[in-house]
Design a protein. Structure first.
Length: 122
């Protein structure tokens, strides 16, 4: 399977603005499959000048698809994540783990397993 050139969507968008009316349905179909937000201005231009009801309906549907893809791309780029993890992330607790034995912290599996003191109190 071959990958498309990064210029495919801009080329189709340009074609939509200059190609004969007979080719508009095919270009709209192609943009529905691979188009992104870069095609939105060309589809909006087509909607302003198109008079054929089928072309207008296809362009309206495509515009909705492209706008949703643009929102999805924007949301993906805004996902929040840590810029880096602390070196001792496995050793960090959100709050101290206190045991029932004299108010001393219990040991965690990361620090060597259960406390010996706790076992002897049983």
């Amino acid at each position: 399977m071959e990958t498309l050139s990064p210029q495919t969507v801009p080329a189709l968008s340009h074609a939509l603005t200059v190609a004969p009316h007979e080719t508009e349905p095919v270009i709209l179909q192609a943009l529905a499959m691979i188009g992104d937000e870069r095609a939105i201005p060309a589809v909006e231009q087509l909607l302003k000048r198109a008079t054929h009801p089928e072309i207008r309906a296809a362009a309206t549907g495509l515009l909705s698809i492209l706008q949703q893809r643009a929102r999805d791309n924007q949301a993906f780029s805004l996902l929040l994540r840590a810029s880096n993890a602390p070196a001792d992330a496995g050793q960090t607790l959100l709050r101290p783990l206190l045991g029932a034995v004299h108010g001393r912290p219990l040991s965690t599996p990361a620090s060597g397993g259960p406390s010996k003191e706790r076992r002897s109190d049983r």
